[in-house]
Ligand binder design. Structure first.
Ligand code: BTN
Length: 243
């Protein structure tokens, strides 16, 4: 494991991706920074994180030997690894909000941005970017955001959390390697935010509708039981689960 600490960078995901395009990068190489100036979130959003207060890092995962048919498994493995660490340190009511927001109660405390690198049409590696709100206590204009400090009252050491998450990622990737795919998916669904609860969604066209989350497909699509009593599958661009 090779951990590179930068005092500041635009985005740890961008830094690691550029590095991997220029040189050979070892499995589990990590870029961690105190200050990310252009943090990126899912679907082209920004990820803002107060300098020096949070855990902001990216992990290079070589997936050539893993035979990943469905890249969403990388997402499930990552979310489950974070969830396990947060449970160990007694963060209350941890849930995974599809596809990979980590929630404590109804608040988002961690975001994940996974960027897959294909070579010759084959999944080669994955840049797993994680932004965990650790000791930040103010989130202006982000009413749904929270942190470990706000949720538990405890000040945490980000480096210790980083090591715990990396250890957990290794354990869960070895489960995948050993063929425990259904266990991973079952564990992910068990921890899914709002599973089997009446929920409100917004479609890509801005229409609101109600339904029940019933699980996920291997592709990563969300299965929703709609008012028409039909289970439909939606991908990230097609639906948003409202809080
Ligand atoms: C989201 O919830 O929208 C995903 C946020 C992911 C943020 C992390 S912070 C480390 C890594 N570098 C980035 O630019 N983004 C990810």
């Amino acid at each position: 494991m090779h951990i590179i600490k930068l005092s500041a960078t635009d985005s740890t995901n961008s830094y690691l991706r550029n590095k991997s395009l220029k040189e050979l990068v070892q499995d589990y190489t990590v870029i961690v920074t105190d200050h990310q100036t252009k943090g990126r979130g899912q679907m082209g959003t920004k990820w803002n994180s107060q300098a020096g207060k949070n855990l902001v890092f990216s992990v290079f995962k070589d997936v050539r030997s893993l035979c990943i048919e469905y890249p969403f498994y990388l997402s499930m493995i990552t979310s489950l690894s974070i969830k396990s660490v947060l449970k160990k340190i007694n963060v209350p009511n941890i849930r995974i909000k599809w596809p990979n927001d980590i929630m404590s109660d109804n608040k988002k405390i961690c975001g994940v941005l996974i960027e897959n690198v294909y070579k010759k049409n084959k999944l080669n590696s994955s840049i797993i970017g994680i932004g965990l709100n650790v000791n930040q206590t103010q989130f202006t204009e982000l009413p749904q955001a929270s942190s470990l400090k706000l949720q538990t009252g405890v000040h945490f050491n980000s480096t210790e959390l980083l090591i715990m998450i990396l250890d957990e990622l290794k354990i869960n990737f070895s489960l995948y390697d050993n063929g425990h795919l259904q266990d991973i998916k079952k564990e992910y669904e068990t921890n899914l935010f709002s599973i089997d609860k009446a929920s409100k969604f917004k479609s890509a066209h801005g229409n609101m509708f109600s339904g029940y989350i019933k699980g996920i497909a291997d592709s990563g699509k969300l299965k929703i039981l709609t008012e028409g009593r039909e289970i439909k599958e939606f991908d990230l661009k097609e639906v948003q689960l409202l809080y």
